[in-house]
Ligand binder design. Sequence first.
Ligand code: NAD
Length: 248
Amino acid sequence: MGRLDDKVVLITGGSRGQGAEEGRLFTDEGATVILTDVLDELGQQTAATIEGATYRHLDVRSEPEWEAVVGGVMESHGRIDVLVNNAGIDLVKKLAATTLEEFERVVAINQTGTFLGMRTVANAMIAAEKPCSIVNISSVAGLEGVPNHGAYSGTKFAVTGMTKAAAKEWGRYGIRVNSVHPGIIETPMTEDLRSFTDDEVRAKVERTIPLRRMGQSIDIANMVLFLASDESAYCTGQAFTVDGGVHP
Ligand code: NAD
């Protein structure tokens, strides 16, 4: 018995990194997974290596693309039990140097994308009249201000807030909504950081982490699995931090 037997799961930003890891773990747990992303070639390759996963193009900024993908999944699978709003981009820049264009791009993907996903899928979930789960990937930057991440941090706080409001609105329909807050996780998003590429810097950073190591995608995937599954049936509107103990 898998923890996601018979569940249909839609994951955004699933071509690589944490989203792809969630696809691998969730299919192992019995789910049918639809990975979506804008990196189509990589997404097709990733899905081809995961039995039980398929790939569809979805730019999370696009309302018509959300409608088309959710409509397509409803047509082929009849329901969506779990949505993981995982797609996101980072912007490492001082707030005073951030252009409006850069700011709006981060907002469009991290914040508007999460809003569109929650709204589009929730309407299908409400109509289905079954227990469902939405997991929004925020960040520790969605719980405290992080220097050089002003725009990013703002969008991740927005995800934290929308999660809590949606949980209160949709609880009566059996839809749970929670957010996950990763610390520094080793993925393509962070591969250029000196804390991953320079052994000396890495050792120094690791000494500041109570669990003395950087996070891996599987650390996040395990938390998202818990929130996607019925094991978390009485959790909603909550923020779950997975960062090795840096932000207790
Ligand atoms: P990643 O860059 O490997 O994965 C992000 C995915 O989102 C990529 O596949 C990318 O193509 C996709 N994406 C970007 N723009 C998109 C768009 N417009 N539409 C659809 N997909 C789009 O990074 P990751 O670390 O796996 O990030 C996953 C999530 O975790 C993100 O929301 C990120 O903000 C969050 N996060 C990451 C870290 C970290 O240290 N890696 C820390 C905290 C939070």
